[in-house]
Design a protein around this ligand. Structure first.
Ligand code: FAD
Length: 318
């Protein structure tokens, strides 16, 4: 028997004797824009729903470009599936009144979860500028959403520090502000060195942040694209990973099993240290994420995960 560290609603992490529990999962999709993409989206949703996720989220395009598509996907998920949908919403390109109206529309449609983000400037623009009548930062958005209705709100967190933050400490203060404004948990940007996440959790707990901080896991579908996104969001690509993909990009037969193996290793490392929640950036495909999650759940069912003792961190993990 191994001590298993469980999250509680207040973020504390009492040790519980007993069997390791299955990892809790959530899946992120982007809203489809064409009939073919729509088919892929629903294939991915169906393919992953058997894993019984805590929630599935749908992103919101830069500058609010996908507002209608995000709503349509979320609304259909709520009406036609048993899944719990979470709508991403950003501050970009809309006044507070417009954002409040979107939030009201979600609430009336029965949607209770929101992932509240600042968003980024649309491509080609000079940088992020708050809308003159808008919510300037995610913390303001969270407070505004809570005034509209009692949503369950997730916010973003950055193990390797948000690229525009003036310091790591200022970025943590910002995370704290978002949680104090009414968010109940954070989801991290993806990362490839699990110790970056664990060190971040240590810093967050030391700063008095007790809410769950769920690691965001990206199974690599396309390394070149991953590299571009990583550069824009300050996620480091370890040298060994760059070397590994140097001659893999064109090799479909090998790169997908490799991506599964890398994500499984990352999650196993975290699970061995007490992490039980994982948010997957699915890129609207079920295969890689489903394979990773099935292997992780099998670890627990077969007792494999109990062979490693969790590292007990002060104050809790995700
Ligand atoms: C899980 C997850 C999901 C995402 N989903 C989407 C999505 O659907 N659509 C999308 O467009 N983007 C999405 N993003 C990207 C996100 O919008 C960007 O990372 C964006 O640059 C920051 O958003 P934020 O909510 O973290 O912003 P904030 O928390 O507002 O922080 C943004 C920056 O401003 C700083 N800051 C905050 N408040 C202040 C202040 N008062 N004064 C000065 N500086 C301040 C912070 O330290 C940080 O550097 C997502 C990111 C994550 C991790």
């Amino acid at each position: 028997m191994v001590e298993v560290i469980r999250n509680t609603s207040d973020g504390s992490r009492p040790a519980v004797e007993g069997k390791a529990s299955l990892p809790r999962l959530s899946f992120e999709f982007f809203p489809p824009g064409t009939p073919a993409a729509e088919e892929r989206f629903w294939d991915a949703v169906v393919g992953l729903s058997a894993l019984n996720p805590e929630f599935v989220s749908v992103t919101y395009g830069a500058g609010g470009t996908t507002q209608e598509r995000t709503f349509k996907a979320i609304d259909r998920l709520r009406r036609e599936t048993a899944l719990e949908p979470a709508a991403h919403l950003t501050c970009v390109g809309a006044s507070r009144a417009e954002i409040d109206a979107i939030a009201e529309k979600y609430w009336e449609a029965g949607v209770r979860r929101i992932v509240a983000l600042r968003g980024d400037a649309p491509q080609g623009s000079a940088g992020y500028e708050p809308h003159p009548q808008g919510y300037a930062y995610a913390a303001d958005l969270v407070a505004g959403l809570k005034r509209v209705a009692d949503f369950e709100i997730s916010v973003a967190a950055y193990p390797e520090v948000h690229p525009e933050a003036c310091s790591a400490a200022a970025d943590l203060d910002n995370l704290k502000r978002k949680l104090d404004a009414g968010a109940s948990q954070a989801i991290t940007q993806f990362f490839f060195d699990p110790d970056d996440y664990l060190r971040f959790i240590d810093r967050a707990r030391a700063a008095g942040i007790t809410a769950p901080i769920i690691p965001g896991i990206l199974p690599i579908v396309n390394f070149q694209r991953t590299r571009e996104i990583a550069a824009s969001c300050n996620a480091a690509l370890p040298g060994w990973l760059v070397d590994l993909y140097a001659d893999l990009e064109e090799n479909n037969q090998v790169r997908h099993p490799v991506a599964v193996s890398l994500a499984v290793d990352l999650c196993r490392y975290l699970m061995a240290r007490g992490v039980e929640d994982f948010h997957f950036y699915t890129l609207n495909r079920a295969d890689l994420t489903a394979a990773v999650c099935r292997l992780l759940r099998n670890d627990v069912r077969s007792g494999q995960s109990q062979r490693e003792r969790p590292r007990l961190l002060a104050g809790g993990l995700s």
